[in-house]
Design a protein around this ligand. Sequence first.
Ligand SMILES: Nc1ncnc2c1ncn2[C@@H]1O[C@H](COP(=O)(O)OP(=O)(O)OP(=O)(O)O)[C@@H](O)[C@H]1O
Length: 270
Amino acid sequence: MSSCDHNCSSCGQNCGERDKESLLAPAHPQSNVKKIIAVVSGKGGVGKSLVTTLLATQMNKDGFKTAILDADITGPSIPTAFGVTERISGNDMGMLPAVSKKGISMMSVNLLLERATDPIIWRGVIIANTVKQFWSDTAWGDVDYMFVDMPPGTGDVPLTVFQSLPISGIIVVTSPQELVSMIVEKAVNMADMMNIPILALVENMSYFECGGCGKRHKIFGDSHIEEIAKKHGIKHIFQIPINPEIAKAVDSGTIEDFENDYFKDAKTLL
Ligand SMILES: Nc1ncnc2c1ncn2[C@@H]1O[C@H](COP(=O)(O)OP(=O)(O)OP(=O)(O)O)[C@@H](O)[C@H]1O
């Protein structure tokens, strides 16, 4: 182990040097992932998966090797958004991620199921172990940015995932309605407790822009994103409108082709 730098988070060797206290799962020996960014929300259905796909698509377009680990085991929607239906292949060395049309690597429980409609009725500990396996047993190769679509909420499963993966930053997704509640603050506080920096706050379904007159309508009320960001010292905010074209692109598996500039500045802050 002459070249050991004692950084167990990025090393796949299960040697005696491994930090016994660490809950981090080892990386696969054929993985070299530079940055892992977790996409979280205080509750389900606010557009966490959508934000994950749009961020990954933007970074891939900007020339970075990009991957998505779909840790939302009970509601996996990443492969559908990219139109990826191939089953994951594997051998004694582990699993190989599926790859989207434009080159984004991905791992999702839906790519292992016989039928994508099969429900996942698993207890939390099994779900958390599955995510660990997606990290440790997948030969991810060289990746600049891996986005993790986290399980929704702030319970046991997201906590275990946070402790198992060497996550370097968090993006919190919310909706205008949610911002008035304490739910988003729970996600922010959880990140603080984990000592992982919050890179940005994303307000999804921020407004609807009328195609006819161009006027912006705040369907879910006024935004409070700036106040919340200020309160928690979060420097970057993004806003995504309600756009029926988004839903159409997700449903038809063509999110990579969806033209938008919502995250055009992401590369400067991730
Ligand atoms: N800004 C938007 N405009 C139009 N449709 C949207 C928008 N954001 C999300 N949707 C649609 O809303 C649905 C829910 O979004 P998504 O799956 O990203 O939420 P989620 O927070 O990941 O949910 P869960 O936590 O349950 O997995 C999807 O069908 C998605 O296409």
